[in-house]
Ligand binder design. Sequence first.
Ligand code: UD1
Length: 429
Amino acid sequence: MDRIRIVGGQRLNGTIPISGAKNAALPLMIASLLTDETLTLENVPRLRDVQQLFHILSNHGVDHSIEGKRNGQDGMTGQTVHLSARAIVDTTAPYELVSTMRASFWVIGPLLARMGEARVSLPGGCAIGTRPVDFFIEGLKGLGAEIDIDAGYVVARARKGMQGGRVVLPKVSVGATHTLLMAATLARGETVIENAAREPEIVDLARCLMAMGARIEGAGTSTIHVEGVSRLGGARHRVLPDRIETGTYAMAVATVGGDVLLEGASADLIEAPLALLAGAGVGVERTNSGVRITRNGHGLAPVDVTTAPFPGFPTDLQAQLMAMTTRADGVSHITETIFENRFMHVQELARLGARITLDGQRATIEGGAKLKGAPVMATDLRASVSLVIAGLAAEGETTINRVYHLDRGFERLEDKLGRCGAEIERISG
Ligand code: UD1
């Protein structure tokens, strides 16, 4: 199994290209199930989760091809992918394929909408809480589906097709919003999704669906209206930049100091984290080509943050922020409200010398700790990158085991950081 070795203490200087958003690319790829025409997606990141989704989609009958590199493109340029679901050959998403990635459960929406049936294994994914699927089930029932749970599978049927309806989500859920949105595009009549997630990735999916012929209003607000259509066609769509990758590298620079242009990043997608960094004394500048982050010689003020659905501070940046606050001049507090078990990085950060105490969902981080390199274990996707940040700040050598978590969501992380002066390498095997 691959490991990442870091020798800490270097500042970061240079340019980091920001990839297409994993959390947008996944639902966009799934949307290809809704049409027998070709959906072309540009700026798709090269990630393990994307590869895994190709497998899952091909099991349903989706052909995919990836365009070769063009002149002027390098390995950091996102890929262009053509997805074509001319015929759905199988409406079952089996356990072996679904268990490693929760987002693959979302195929249930388009399969039901197009084929009137779906049998999808209950999901797996990061071990960051129970993450049930009750909102999906209730929501799809609200759109006319009959649903049973059988031997670890959700078995859904809509013999006469999906029927528009009003769904109120009990709590904001990104995945349930994506899934219901996709299902509603081909339902008969109007669907209203209330308490919908407002994440930029929802807006990106809605834009793509509209380019495919869907009629959607209100994506990006808490009430989304969908007027069902009888069929959708092909489209070409560019995946938006990854705001979590942007925030991660911004926090890395804030932690170790330096001057880095996050090329292709969109500050509009990540206002809350950038405002927080600016408030802590980090230089944040919007430029024509992205966002420039600087910290040269200035201290880092402590923060008090609570995670929240968009436009609040994202749970997906909580672990990275915690690594950063170990270097702050004072005591910081971070409260996690989205997932109940998302503090597994705390123990690993402590192995590097961080001083963190937990009280339920609230972490208190004593800044100014002197971090020292050590072997650590990646536990989930975002937690593992927080260990990278802490390793960059620690004195001496840090080895991060179970790097496959990182490969799920961070494209060429060691290259991107290495180009900016970090001493970081992947050790294979
Ligand atoms: C998505 C993101 C993930 C991010 C999360 C919250 C992708 C691929 N993943 O995950 O990176 O951390 O949003 O921003 O986009 N819940 C239920 N019942 C349900 C569905 C959800 O109780 O049926 C709960 C979850 O346990 C959690 C909360 O709702 O406490 C929000 O989860 P949700 O927004 O659905 O997360 P995901 O879509 O899985």
